[in-house]
Design a protein. Structure first.
Length: 678
């Protein structure tokens, strides 16, 4: 095949210390590439050689274009045995799979020993094929390599959608804009058609188009796309979700606890978990998240707290944790999941911010590799899918697929947006073919940003040691390097002021703020020019800020302290749907309203930042919570509060009209916050 700049190269590496075998197969495969390519220019196969597993591993880590490896089982290393090992003492196969989850592996073995090798490889390693070491037909191996890569390159749903759109069919079905014709010539809204582009409307189709399959009951191209996604992300089964991970979390909890039951859940979990508790009558036991009060960051629940809760709540059926968090904290999941499984709990890990994790060894192991039964991911947050496009990955050994699908269908529109489904298909393809390269570029950009921002002398990017809440030092917590938290406390400007300056003066929009930090996401869409602009913006701001820099570098204002989780006297579902009333946060005198004390909240009340509920339905309003709400609502920290009713300058809390005293039990695993913030 003639190489072209527009045709991506797929490198194929042959590993053997048998120079003659290596040279013979390289020659045959190159000849087959030239002979058998029949005009399919989707990719070009380029063959490289390595004499050892150790050298091959180094090559795999450095070269993102590597897509397949052929391992000579009798010559991969000097040992020359069926269990050839690298210098680290692990098999070449395991080493390569550990470094590159996505590549296809081919093990060349003597035909007479194939059965023994196959038995050796029944350890769950995905995408490894046995080939005859002594087969002299290079075309056979070439076809198998080409087929494996062509399978990963396919986007069954996106390809079919593209073909349908290019066919320019007349639409006599929903949606009513009819491929955009309802907007194109309108004197009132044609500008919206021009803004969005014609294919946004051409691809917005109806379930009447049978060839595009059904998201509710997939049987061909959507099913194929989901199967490819399961392989790419390391799951047994994968389901596409067009309502975001908020919907995905509710689906899983309904599937496991739809008729009630107890779940252990990180207090700092996403609001969709709290909503699921309301919807399905779940009894939540909230596990207190560790806090770094200096920067207003909430980290993982201490490992021992989780273990103690598992031991105390023998009736619990589900453990729900978020890993990684909004700020990039990742649990050491393997021992936690093992302990949960030992007690009979299923495990759901919310990986909304970690869909990229499986595609680079710096981010692994991910939840599925650690044994999680269900993993939910926002494919849109860090990857190339459209907003609201998410996935549910499953490896529950007791999985009841028909029942799960029915639960899923209760939350899925019968008129899904096909562009979202196609974007999931395409995002999977990108990570399967170039995820390693994309993430390596992300990490390089993150390092460049860290160096540039730290060089300002005013702003700095926090390290894991800076961010980690006290009490987690021995919990083996990791930090996703693609999420940067920038400390602005040496500047007289608040984080909110700096965010506004970046937006108004430099047209830069950041992810979030606390009172003294800014969060930046380095994604696969980050470019060198964006890195330069952001770095230069911070350097310019530091020039302004340094003239009014804080005199004492260590002086800081700590974030308002979230009160300990209060007493839960009602199930969230009961409290949310109960007869309720709104009571003012303040009495007429301006003091805290004493009528709120002891009343049961009917709504979730959440300050942003940090985005962790202070009240959830079913929780008693106590003195500490009431005081925190007043200080936050009327303070000047720039904190928003969601869940309070605001009318004519006053705040109101929705509470149950009548409290059924003595009906509840303490659903929280918590202790008063210590001076160290643990």
């Amino acid at each position: 095949m003639r190489s072209s700049p527009s045709i991506p190269q797929c490198l194929v590496l042959l590993i053997s210390d048998d120079k003659d075998w290596r040279a013979n197969w390289s020659t045959q495969l190159r000849m087959a590439e030239n002979k058998l390519d029949a005009g399919d220019h989707a990719f070009e196969l380029v063959f490289e050689e390595s004499e050892s597993g150790e050298a091959a591993l180094e090559f795999a880590r450095a070269e993102g274009r590597l897509q397949a490896v052929v391992i000579d089982a009798q010559g991969a290393d000097a040992s020359g045995s069926a269990t050839s090992t690298s210098a680290s003492g692990r098999s070449v196969v395991a080493d390569l799979r550990g470094a590159r989850s996505e590549i296809d592996l081919f093990l060349a073995v003597p035909a007479a020993s194939a059965a023994a090798y196959r038995e050796t490889l029944t350890s769950g390693v995905a995408r490894i094929q046995l080939v005859d070491r002594d087969d002299s037909r290079g075309e056979v191996l070439w076809r198998r390599i080409h087929h494996a890569l062509a399978t990963r390159v396919r986007t069954p749903f996106a390809d079919t959608l593209r073909q349908y759109v290019e066919g320019a069919r007349d639409a006599w079905h929903t949606p009513g804009h009819s491929s955009g014709d309802g907007l194109r010539e309108s004197p009132w809204i044609a500008d919206f058609h021009r803004l969005m582009g014609e294919h946004v409307f051409n691809a917005d189709l109806s379930v009447s188009v049978r060839e595009l399959d059904s998201l509710l009951e997939p049987s061909h191209i959507i099913q194929q796309a989901q199967e490819l996604a399961a392989t790419a992300f390391g799951a047994h089964e994968t389901f596409f979700v067009t309502g975001g991970t908020s919907t995905a979390n509710k689906v899983v909890i309904q599937h496991l606890l739809g008729n009630g039951g107890t779940m252990l859940v990180d207090q700092a979990c996403h609001k969709s978990i709290h909503h699921a508790a309301v919807l399905f009558g779940v009894r939540p036991v909230y596990l207190r998240a560790a806090a770094n009060l200096q920067f207003g960051l909430y980290g993982p629940v201490p490992k021992q707290t989780i273990f103690d809760a598992i031991e105390r709540h023998r009736d619990a059926k589900l453990l729900v944790l978020t890993s990684c968090s909004y700020d990039g904290f990742c649990y050491d999941l393997e021992p936690i999941i093992a302990r949960a499984h030992g007690a009979g709990l299923k495990v759901l890990i919310d990986e909304a911010w970690y869909a990229h994790g499986f595609f680079h060894e710096r981010l692994r192991p991910v939840a599925l590799e650690c044994g999680a039964d269900y993993v939910t991911q926002s494919t849109h947050k860090m990857l190339s899918a459209f907003s609201q496009a998410s996935m549910i990955h499953v490896q529950d050994p007791d999985f009841d697929e028909p029942r799960f699908r029915e639960n899923l269908n209760m939350h899925v529109s019968t008129s899904p947006q096909y562009g979202l489904i196609a974007s999931l298909d395409v995002a999977r393809k990108q990570m399967s073919m170039e995820g390693h390269s994309c993430l390596a570029r992300c990490f390089a950009f993150a390092d460049e940003l860290r160096s540039g921002i730290d060089g300002s002398g005013v702003f700095r990017v926090l390290s894991l040691e800076d961010m980690l809440p006290p009490g987690l030092e021995d919990d083996r917590v990791r930090l996703d390097p693609s999420k940067l938290t920038i400390d602005v406390s040496r500047s007289i400007m608040s984080a909110s002021q700096i965010q506004r300056e970046l937006y108004s003066r430099h047209s830069i929009q950041l992810e979030k703020t606390t009172h003294n930090t800014l969060s930046v996401l380095v994604t696969i869409g980050t470019t060198q020019s964006k890195v330069l602009r952001l770095t230069n913006a911070f350097l310019e701001l530091s020039s302004d800020a340094s003239r009014c820099q804080v005199a004492v570098a260590n002086e800081h204002v700590e974030t308002p302290v979230l009160p300990p989780p209060g007493y839960m006297s009602e199930l969230p579902r009961h409290a949310y749907f109960a007869d309720s009333e709104y009571l003012p946060l303040n009495a007429d005198s301006g003091a805290a309203n004493p009528e709120l004390l002891g009343r049961v909240a009917s709504d979730q009340v959440v300050p942003y930042p940090p985005g962790i509920p202070v009240l959830v339905p079913g929780q008693d309003v106590d003195e500490a919570t009431l005081q925190f709400l007043r200080e936050t609502a009327f303070g000047e920290q720039g904190i928003e509060i969601h869940g309070l009713l605001h009318r004519e300058g006053r705040y109101f809390v929705r509470v149950m009209r009548v409290k059924d005293a003595g009906s509840g039990s303490n659903l929280h695993e918590s202790a008063p916050l210590s001076a160290s913030g643990t």
